[in-house]
Design a protein around this ligand. Structure first.
Ligand SMILES: Nc1nc2c(ncn2[C@@H]2O[C@H](COP(=O)(O)OP(=O)(O)O)[C@@H](O)[C@H]2O)c(=O)[nH]1
Ligand SMILES: [Mg+2]
Length: 224
């Protein structure tokens, strides 16, 4: 079975030509609720998605896999408390981390998430990379920067996605891209502009993920 499903589609219901990630099979494997709690036994490569609550993570995941409700689009930010695992094409696993930094969530609840998220990121031997979401309309929050520092310390390959870019004017886009590259010290190639409303950036993100998973043939960046 190929990763991208290339050459296996055609006819009725086929995805558009050139789709870097044709979803032929999608399965929810389960949720991890505690740092050393249950997690799937799957040893397939894992790509984790991180961002503050309400950044648009569920909407992005749904767009990515072309499903209406893979990840519930939440009206109640901060509700998802587990790390959810979704297997794609029997080839790799999308890992939906709980949204962090939502003010209305109690300090106690937030204190429980951090060890869960950090424990997973430190402990998953199958993790190949992280997609970090940042709201395109605002500078990265203190929580965003803390997460990025943590990822840098781990050495995890990281893709930065600016979400909800449909809400920006052309001029605001340019300003936010320049400011983000400067404040995070990254190149334009490490940055993906995304909109769950228009679908902008979906294929670019899919391609980046396929590439991270592909690199997994050689093992994790932290493998000995
Ligand atoms: N305009 C616009 N709104 C978005 C986009 N993505 C998410 N939203 C909205 O932002 C809110 C939070 O989205 P959700 O996907 O639940 O965020 P999550 O908490 O990070 O999973 C919802 O009201 C979405 O409809 C986007 O690309 N453009
Ligand atoms: Mg969500």
């Amino acid at each position: 079975m190929t990763l991208t499903g290339e050459g296996e589609h055609g006819g009725k219901g086929a995805a558009p030509a050139g789709d870097p990630l044709v979803i032929r099979d999608l399965e929810f494997l389960g949720g991890m609720a505690a740092p050393r709690g249950w997690r799937p036994e799957s040893t397939l490569p894992e790509i984790a998605f991180s961002g503050r609550s309400n950044v648009g993570k569920s909407s992005l995941l749904n767009r990515l896999v072309r499903r209406k409700a893979l990840a519930r689009v939440s009206q109640t930010p901060g509700k998802t408390r587990e790390i959810n695992f979704y297997r794609v094409n029997h080839a790799f696993v999308l890992v939906d981390l709980p949204g962090y930094g939502y003010a209305r969530v109690s300090k106690t609840t937030r204190a429980q998430w951090r060890p869960l998220i950090e424990g997973y990121l430190r402990g998953s031997a199958a993790l190949r990379g992280v997609v970090q979401l940042i709201d395109a309309r605002h500078p990265p929050t203190a929580d965003d920067l803390q997460m990025l520092d943590f990822l840098a310390e781990l050495g995890a390959p990281t893709i930065i996605v600016l979400t909800k870019v449909d809400k920006l004017s052309r001029r605001e886009r340019e300003e936010r891209v320049a400011a983000t590259m400067q404040s995070l010290g990254i190149d334009e190639e490490q940055l993906i502009l995304f909109s769950a409303v228009t679908g902008e950036g979906r294929d670019e993100l899919a391609e980046a993920i396929v590439s991270l998973v592909g690199r997994a043939e050689g093992g994790s960046w932290r493998a000995p």
